[in-house]
Design a protein around this ligand. Structure first.
Ligand SMILES: Nc1ncnc2c1ncn2[C@@H]1O[C@H](COP(=O)(O)OP(=O)(O)OP(=O)(O)O)[C@@H](O)[C@H]1O
Length: 261
């Protein structure tokens, strides 16, 4: 094993599902790339190209049909504590208040919540800008606030890796922009290796160190783009002509025909 293995590594990964009619569905093919410590990597690709499947492979919820997914040089065989996941919908429990939703992973894993967990939940709620909302009911929060709770919950076990599957896509455009900047702030305060799935080219460009652009199904890596903009990224980043140029390049990639037939 190398001295410093990449945090996440795909080794020639292929994923084939079986459809309801018994036919194979070739979701992913030949995925081979690495993600380093504290890198922010987004995945962009057409609908159905296997982005969520790629993320589920890293989470250990499914296993590749061929090849291997590794974390710190070890093959992923089951879900692990060093991974936090945020989904498109916040999936919070309405019968718990905000704080109890954040501590839920402890309750689920160990059957009880300690004083330190509650303290940590309050710290995380502060981090995501919800310090005054700990005792509120979930239905008292807006969609953006609920997604902040989901982010705080994903950070409770202090994961090294954060997997985010279109976490802002259900939000309105303004809240979405605001959440992107919030995520950048959280990530700079608590660095993590982030794998972020999105359909939004500007969101990927604003957030990422690198962008994996995928082809249509069976999804494979079409191009990996180094995002050159200096950090911290701000509203000015969005109006940089190089931003528009790169966005147009990616748009061209996504709308052109797949690399292989
Ligand atoms: N458990 C499963 N059983 C059968 N087919 C599946 C399963 N999971 C995913 N698929 C298929 O694999 C392909 C990739 O699905 P996936 O959800 O990963 O795509 P995606 O890029 O995330 O899509 P979208 O952008 O629309 O969310 C799709 O054709 C989907 O129908």
């Amino acid at each position: 094993m190398a001295a410093n293995p990449p945090v996440i590594r795909f080794r020639d990964v292929e994923q084939i599902f079986t459809g309801n009619d018994g036919r194979p569905i070739h979701a992913l093919t030949g995925l081979d790339f690495e993600i380093s410590r504290h890198e922010f990597v987004s995945v962009l690709g057409p609908s159905g190209c296997g982005k969520s499947t790629l993320l589920r492979l890293v989470s250990g919820l499914i296993h590749p049909s061929a090849g291997a997914v590794e974390i710190y040089g070890m093959e992923v065989t089951e879900p692990r504590d060093e991974i936090g996941i945020v989904f498109q919908k916040p999936t919070l429990l309405p019968w718990f208040n905000v704080q109890n939703n954040v501590t839920f992973p402890m309750r689920h894993k160990y059957g009880r919540v300690h004083k330190e967990d509650n303290e940590r939940a309050l710290e995380l709620l502060d981090l995501v800008g919800l310090a005054d909302f700990a005792q509120k009911r979930i239905d008292e929060l807006s969609g953006g606030m609920q997604q902040r709770v989901a982010i705080a919950r994903a950070l409770l076990l202090d994961p090294d890796i954060l997997l985010m599957d279109e976490p802002f896509s259900a939000l309105d455009a303004l809240t979405r922009d605001e959440m992107s900047f919030e995520l950048l702030r959280i990530w700079s305060e608590r660095p993590k290796t982030v794998l972020f799935i999105t359909h939004s080219i500007p969101e990927a460009l604003l957030l990422s160190d690198r962008i994996i652009v995928m082809s249509e199904r069976p999804g494979t890596v079409r191009e990996i783009i180094d995002v050159p903009f200096a950090r911290p990224r701000t509203m000015q980043t969005l109006s940089d002509p190089a931003f528009t140029e790169l966005a147009n390049h990616i748009r061209g990639e996504l709308f052109s025909k797949p690399a292989a037939a």
